[in-house]
Design a protein around this ligand. Structure first.
Ligand SMILES: C[S@@+](CC[C@H](N)C(=O)[O-])C[C@H]1O[C@@H](n2cnc3c(N)ncnc32)[C@H](O)[C@@H]1O
Length: 401
């Protein structure tokens, strides 16, 4: 093999995973939770009795493949999942993880996502491509290839690096390349580990406290600091990439992070920002926040694929439990958390706990409205809208029809 990217992932499959741990936990995340796919790409209205064809492009050690296979299995969906990656070492780990769960509906392929057209795999309803495009020599060609592999009405979940949140990283990558680029990768790892604690206090990477992946293991250190092909995107650059493939951004994840209103306390400025088109708002939010080290987005060929609150919509929590969140909101008067070091407080209306308690994965918003004692939809929405903005904004609440 002569491709340095392929060589890297053969030697250091990413992320470092041990198939034995499958019995202890399911790794979940965005993009590609089934609830998110439905909400952001199918308007919450996908008929899950129909077969579902999935491609995991650049599947690595299997995080998205395992999550999708497990969640679709649990939902009883007739799913056909294809895993594709350049690295056979990564593929072996992903295969072992699936085997540990007794999941068999995955086809494993080694190859490049750039060659999809020639592979004759047919159209996919959903494609996961997380942390891959920014490692291609030509990411635009990569996304064009994925877009062409979509079945009609299908969509893509991507993650690419964010430029501002990776501040300080690229000069250090270049320095390591200069110092040790000709050494075997394992020696570069040793050298990097020696160099890191000794970096000058003024070093940009040392001062970026949000970049900590290298502390998790060698595969993560290689991926962050020793990559031979790595670029990052601003929101406008990402928008250009997406438009170049004839796609649209259905939503960023988490949506609230891309809302400049989160960062602007002055009402007049917030109002100005709110009047901008969606992509300009997202670009502004990124500039103001300064801490977005990656961008997760759902992409589609069509407009309006995102579910919106309506009386028949059923709200569903992602990885949260209604009673627990209702109690926390009661105690705190809202939601408290952090986005990569940015503390966030989202005050919620006083009726929020009573409404949140009624979210059980079966009740519609209209049933919740009635049980919470609201006479009509408008008065309910006056209270529910800020709840929705906050909880969907942090990607914890989605809709299903
Ligand atoms: C950073 S890892 C991400 C793995 C996985 N998607 C995840 O999020 O955990 C990037 C993966 O993309 C794969 N890759 C890079 N270029 C590729 C290409 N042209 N076609 C298929 N896979 C590729 C690498 O082998 C590696 O496993």
């Amino acid at each position: 093999m002569t491709d340095p990217v392929q060589d890297q992932y053969e030697a250091y499959p990413y992320p470092g995973r041990n198939p034995v741990e499958e019995s202890a936990r399911l790794v979940t995340g965005s993009p590609s939770r089934v609830l998110e796919i439905d909400h952001y790409l199918f308007g919450g209205q996908r008929d899950w009795n129909q077969p579902f064809r999935v491609l995991v492009a650049g599947g690595g050690t299997g995080d998205a493949t395992v999550m999708l296979a497990q969640q679709l299995h649990d939902k009883g969906v007739k799913a056909e999942i294809t895993y594709l990656d350049l690295s056979s070492a990564s593929r072996r780990i992903a295969e072992q993880r699936l085997a540990a769960r007794g999941l068999i509906n995955v086809t494993f392929l080694n190859g490049s996502l750039l060659d999809l057209a020639a592979m004759g795999l047919g159209g996919f309803d959903y494609i996961d491509c997380c942390g891959v495009l920014h490692h291609l020599p030509d990411p635009d060609a990569g996304l064009v290839s994925l877009a062409a592999a979509l079945a009609p009405g299908g969509g893509i979940g991507i993650m690419v690096y964010g430029e501002y949140g990776r501040a300080g990283l690229y000069p250090l990558q270049a320095a390591l390349q200069q110092l040790a680029g000709d050494m075997p990768l394992a020696e570069q790892v040793t050298l990097a580990r020696k160099l890191l604690p000794a970096l000058p206090v003024t070093n940009g990477f040392r001062n970026n406290r949000f970049l900590g992946d290298h502390q998790r293991g060698d595969a993560e250190l290689v991926d962050l600091l020793l990559h031979r092909q790595d670029r990052a995107y601003t929101v406008p650059q990402l928008a250009t990439l997406v438009a170049g493939a004839g796609l649209r951004i259905a939503s960023f994840i988490e949506p609230l992070r891309y809302d400049p209103g989160l960062y602007l306390t002055d009402p007049a400025l917030a109002k100005r920002a709110a009047s901008l088109p969606m992509l300009e708002q997202a670009a502004l939010a990124e500039q103001l926040a300064g801490n977005m080290k990656l961008h997760i987005a759902y992409l589609s060929h069509s407009d309006d694929t995102v579910a919106q609150p309506a009386p028949e919509a059923i709200p569903l929590f992602i990885d949260w439990e209604a009673a627990t969140i209702a109690r926390a909101v009661q105690q705190q008067g809202g939601i408290k958390g952090a986005f990569d070091g940015l503390p966030v407080t989202l005050p919620l209306p006083r009726q929020a706990p009573a409404i949140l308690k009624l979210i059980d994965g079966a009740r519609t918003l209209d049933a919740i409205r009635q049980q919470a004692g609201f006479a009509d939809w408008d008065s309910f929405m006056a209270v529910f809208r800020p709840i929705w903005r906050a909880l969907n904004g942090i990607n914890r609440l989605v809709l299903r029809f």
